[in-house]
Write a protein that binds this ligand. Sequence first.
Ligand code: C5P
Length: 404
Amino acid sequence: MMLKGKRILLVIGGGIAAYKVLDLIRRLKERGADVRAIMTAGGQHFVTPLSVGALTGNKVHTDLFDLADEQDIGHIALSRDCDLIVVAPATANLIARMAHGQADELATASLLAAAAPIIVCPAMNPRMWSHPATQRNVAQIKADGATIIGPAAGKMAERGEEGVGRLPEPLEIVGKIEDFLRLRSGTGPLAGRHVLVTSGPTLEPIDPVRYIANRSSGKQGHAIAAAAARAGARVTLVSGPVRLADPEGVTTVHVETALEMLAAVEAALPADIAIMAAAVADWRVRSAAAAKIKKDGSGAVPPLALTENPDILSTVGHGSQRPKILVGFAAETNDVIDNGSVKLKAKAADFIVANDVSPEHGVMGGERNMVHVISRDGVDHWPQMDKTEVAERLIALFASRLNA
Ligand code: C5P
């Protein structure tokens, strides 16, 4: 739906992954997009303008100083007369030239003159991708407004090489393009709504170098924030320290301790939906030492007096700015449903998403989750699925409840 009638300018760079672009064109056209293509000289070594033209049904542009083109549409008009520009495969060289604003041939000149948003799909050898120069250039084009899709991990065309650098599969690129367009269109079941999500662990300092933490990876919470953004919501994600990138299209606030998380949550209210997926530490050290605690040689251990952290979910649930839909998580190792039901009441939540985090299930830090959705209406047992799918389904459920 999102691609119907959209005018897409595809810039095809010179990488072996250019062969996948033929399929990408087909998939975009199937969904109703009008595709025009520019090919770099390198790109034409890997696929021919003839195949690209046959699939797009439009003339393929290759030359900055093509007289016929200049009279017809002109190289500036090419990147002006479109809704979206997709660069695929974006080689290290093409990204470097974009980062420096070069305009010495048709592809770079069009990108520099572009008015439409630009999506860049890098594909290159993993060493080239991880090189600081490439990473600098990618950061630069991002800062200039480009959106990056990929690269994916896997086997490379070069024999025996493996790593991050592959062009994502065409259908995955199409999905990401649709998400991008949906985010910008202000449509979706949560358009105009504010969704607040907490994610990750909290760290509670013992002294300046030591802390108490837990094994939460933040994967489920971050996936929920991303799904809410894809559903059209304005999303605030309050995240403890995690090894995950900030989700696309989401305002992420980084915190460390439970007290900081509570302050950030209260500052982000009001919200239509709040989903507290963070694993907040129940206790903090009563008075963290100002200097590193030392062994004194006597064998005596320092007393670690703890005090209870505020319960963020419960504070919001009983507060004056309670969102219309309030959701808690319950990470349990036993009596999952019973404990979840008790929390639903105690914390004044509308839903508790309960999961069994016993180590044998590999939920904490893993890619998959098996949840039980507890509400006043009863318990729904969902099958095991990827955390991204759990996130999609939860957001669909909360959106339909909100819009009911
Ligand atoms: O009581 P328990 O920690 O199992 O409850 C889990 C739910 O409560 C989660 O949604 C978690 O984010 C929230 N919580 C909180 N503040 C705390 C402890 C838990 O918001 N101090």
